[in-house]
Design a protein around this ligand. Structure first.
Ligand code: UDP
Ligand code: MG
Length: 309
């Protein structure tokens, strides 16, 4: 028998814990056919509702259920990492608790592993049910990201992935503190099959990602998988040096030929404020990378466990 580990990150998902389990278990027949043992690992990401109690209730009924509970909310990326660490399966799959990653796709995904693929990833082709402005920024993010990063990051990709042990081990070997899974999956490579599906709306509760949280997460993604902004900063510096040189020559000649007295104060103020703006902007970019390095160097744990079952 092979073991399949199902990782479910949960942050305040009390209504979904049970519902998810039921949906997943509709695949029971398929698990039997393929001789798969299953372990379901709920990662409680510091929930403040009854998520933990719900998981424990399930555990009474089904001993295949496991749980890692964090000491506080560490974020989905940490939950994913904890799940990978805990998982013992020969195959590992990660799914959201809100059923936006339909468990009914599992048999199809598994069939690709049998065909020889190392991992099967999913991507939603529509973003229906999502605010238009959020879709717009998400699209823009993926466009920019793919221009400035060598790592392939697919638009609409979900974290819903089924993979073989070797891929999981590769991901675990990346112990970085600033985690951006979509980039990490792309970075480790391996033979990946993409399957597409229509966006499914959340079963219960509300999304845990505010626009601001997503914005910060996108910066996380950029700094983790691209150093292009640093190059932009340098290029801007060079351009402004060239511009300054041309201006100096122009002003020198003008004052030698026409002995122009004081004048041009407004233009001077404009130039000074613009250049200092650019300087601060570039300093900010450098600061972003420095802060990431700072956090990385501290080697803080990615998550802390309060309780484990
Ligand atoms: N999640 C988590 N920690 C967080 C935020 C979210 O573990 O800090 C989990 C959440 O419980 C869900 C999954 O990550 O199972 C996806 O979150 P959500 O559905 O809110 O995101 P969306 O689908 O809207 O992108
Ligand atoms: Mg969701």
């Amino acid at each position: 028998m092979a073991l399949l580990s199902v990782i479910v990150p949960c942050y305040n998902e009390e209504e979904n814990v049970h519902y998810f389990y039921e949906e997943l278990m509709k695949n029971e027949q398929f698990f039997k056919e393929k001789q798969l043992d299953v372990e379901i690992i709920y990662i409680d990401d510091g929930s403040t509702d009854d998520t933990v109690a719900e998981v424990k209730k399930l555990r009474e009924k089904d001993k295949r259920i496991k749980m890692v509970s964090f000491s506080r909310n560490f974020g989905k990326e940490s939950a994913i990492y904890a799940g990978f660490k805990k998982a013992q399966g020969d195959y590992v799959v990660m799914m959201d608790a809100d059923l936006q990653d339909p468990p009914s796709l599992l048999p199809e995904m598994f069939s690709y592993l049998e065909q020889g693929y190392d991992s099967v990833a999913t991507r939603r082709v529509t973003r229906k049910g999502e605010p238009a402005i959020r879709s717009f920024f998400a699209r823009a993010f993926y466009k920019i990201m793919n221009k400035i990063s060598k790592t392939d990051i697919v638009d609409g990709a979900r974290d819903y992935r089924l993979m073989k042990r070797k891929v999981v081990d590769a991901i675990l070997s990346m112990g970085e503190y600033n985690r951006f899974s979509k980039g990490i999956f792309g970075w480790v490579g391996y033979e990946t099959k993409w399957i597409e599906y229509e966006n499914v709306e959340r079963a219960h509760g509300e999304t845990k990602w505010s626009f601001w949280k997503l914005f910060l997460y996108s910066i996380e993604g950029i700094t983790a998988f691209s150093t292009a902004p640093l190059a932009v900063a340098s290029i801007m510096g060079v351009l402004f040096c060239i511009l300054a040189f041309i201006l100096i020559v122009f002003i020198l000649i003008r004052s030698l030929v026409w002995t122009d007295p004081v004048g041009g104060w407004p233009s001077l103020v404009c130039i000074i404020s613009m250049v200092s703006g650019v300087q601060l902007f570039c300093l900010g970019i450098v600061g972003q990378y420095l802060s990431k390095t700072y956090l990385e160097v501290k080697k803080r744990p990615i998550y802390l466990v309060k309780e484990e079952i």
